[in-house]
Write a protein of this length. Structure first.
Length: 509
């Protein structure tokens, strides 16, 4: 039974969730959380403080021990707004790696929102669309509009509860001028997105994160609700609660049910963001969900193991949408890219017994085919080098940095240069991928050759291996000659021989 661990390093707290794949579903077997305020000095000074880093590393060592004790086969560690903004973030990443062996992945606000969406969509039954997801953390607030499981729009705003508290609220209780400045910034940031949210006509609102949990519990206390499972907060109650919290002292806020000692320090700013959202965007309120970033990470890890059909489909949708968006941005001819993609997947299937690549390389080849011409957007000269840079450094949602490096490397060698173990692109990969990528490059070069004339003269391929000879049966169009494509494919025989140790022949059928 595969076991996965997800670690979320936020600006306010760090969280661990370990799940095991049991009876066709992820079952949580361990959770841990601690407020460390990693971002406490970032938003004012731009630097992580040594004390905050030390606190966080200490907790992460505890998480590391738990992951090992529960037999986690795969661990993913993601950091969000605090690390995005900190000038000394690499020092913290190196410290974590030294003490735990974990590699910390710093994701953008958009990728953070996508993972939250993935966790919520695959775990909850949503009946009303469009849906607005709100995740208000310590450093940022992610807003995602989803329609029938597909993300339509995502925006990340610098409206985290820790960030706003440190910037504006310096007295207890907050002074009137501090609240006025706080509300002014929140109003300005939300004004930029309010029209888009209003025009989406959202039918349901789900909020995640600790601030939403505290507000949901406090709202229950205010209205005297007996059903503690009801996590719905009406807009009127939310606005009233935000106004009330702003007038209370810290000690008074701690006495409200749902607001603990650490949350009481930042709840005024967090509540103000929620209140402004429901007012400006005409929202009915929200329903709190304990699902979040960690759940999306776990779903993605399970999907990579092929364990969950629903999550695998959802991840495939998100990746495809992201590839199309990236292709559009870099002015890729989508029709031609999809044809090369079709051909490389046919070559992958036809030569499976020859290349013996892991199944996930089918996805990496698909993505590489869709974006292999992106570099021409920068310059036709050296386009393959530009393609590598774009893929490796762009925000292509649904792929980890390591996966983007693999896809970028496959796309890099479509010109005259070929991969070698000493080349910096190959050396930047894990050793195993450094051995596998040249095989994937050979397959993509073959598919590109089969589209040499960009006329769709080749419709598909079948493969046969006998006595060290690989023969590709190339299915051609009856209307268009494929002589140019067959010529281009034969030019790949030398590299094919070097990579696979076999001769290559091609026949039209």
């Amino acid at each position: 039974m595969p076991t996965f661990a997800a670690v979320d390093i936020g600006a306010n707290s760090v969280r661990l969730k370990i799940s095991r794949w049991v009876h066709q579903r992820l079952r949580v077997i361990h959770e841990d959380r601690e407020v460390v305020r990693l971002g406490e000095s970032v938003f004012a000074q731009g630097m992580l403080s040594p004390a905050a880093m030390a606190r966080t590393v200490k907790v992460l060592r505890r998480f590391h021990k738990a992951a090992r004790e529960h037999g986690a086969e795969q661990v993913r560690v993601i950091a969000t707004s605090a690390l995005r903004d900190a000038r000394n973030g690499q020092a913290f990443i190196d410290w974590v790696h030294m003490r735990t062996g974990w590699s910390v992945e710093v994701v953008s606000g958009i990728e953070e929102a996508r993972l939250i969406h993935l966790g919520v969509i695959t775990s909850l039954r949503i009946t009303q669309w469009p849906l607005l997801l709100i995740d208000l953390g310590g450093g940022s607030c992610e807003l995602t509009i989803s329609a029938k499981n597909q993300i339509r729009e995502t925006v990340s705003l610098p409206l985290g509860a820790v960030r706003l508290t440190q910037e504006f609220l310096r007295h207890d209780p907050p002074r009137e001028d501090e609240l006025e400045q706080l509300h002014g910034l929140i109003s300005e940031e939300i004004r930029r997105v309010a029209r888009r949210i209003n025009s989406a006509h959202v039918k349901a609102v789900i909020a995640t994160s600790g601030t939403a949990a505290a507000l949901a519990t406090s709202a229950q206390a205010i209205r005297g609700a007996k059903n503690t499972r009801d996590t719905t907060v009406q807009a009127t109650t939310l606005v009233r609660l935000a106004d009330m919290l702003a007038l209370l002292s810290y000690s008074e806020r701690t006495r409200i049910r749902g607001i603990g000692t650490r949350r009481a320090e930042i709840i005024v700013a967090g509540a103000a963001v929620f209140a402004e959202l429901v007012k400006r965007c005409n929202l009915p309120g929200f329903r709190y969900s304990p699902l979040g970033l960690r759940d999306g990470m776990l779903v993605e890890m399970a999907a990579s193991f092929g364990r969950n059909a629903r999550s695998t489909r959802q991840l495939a949708i998100e990746r495809w949408d992201s590839l199309l968006a990236a292709g559009k941005h870099y002015q890729v001819d989508t029709e031609q890219a999809q044809h090369v993609r079709h051909l490389v997947l046919e070559v992958f299937a036809a030569l499976r017994s020859v290349h013996r690549l892991p199944p996930e390389y089918e996805e990496w080849l698909s993505a590489a085919a869709m974006l292999m011409d992106a570099g021409a957007y920068v310059n036709r000269t050296g386009w393959h080098r530009h393609t590598h840079y774009i893929i490796a450094n762009s925000e292509i949602l649904g792929y980890t940095p390591q996966q983007r490096r693999i896809i970028a490397a496959i796309s890099r060698y479509l010109g005259s240069s070929l991969p070698s173990p000493s080349h910096k692109v190959i050396r930047a990969l894990d050793p195993l991928d450094g051995e596998l990528v040249p095989k994937a490059v050979a397959l993509l070069r073959m598919a590109r050759a089969l589209n040499q004339g960009r006329r769709k003269a080749v419709l598909g391929v079948r493969g046969r291996e006998r006595n060290g000879m690989v023969t590709l049966k190339v299915r051609t169009s009856r209307r268009i000659s494929a002589d140019l494509e067959l010529w281009a494919l034969r030019k790949e025989r030398g590299y094919f021989r070097a990579v696979f140790g076999r001769e290559l022949e091609a026949e039209a059928s």
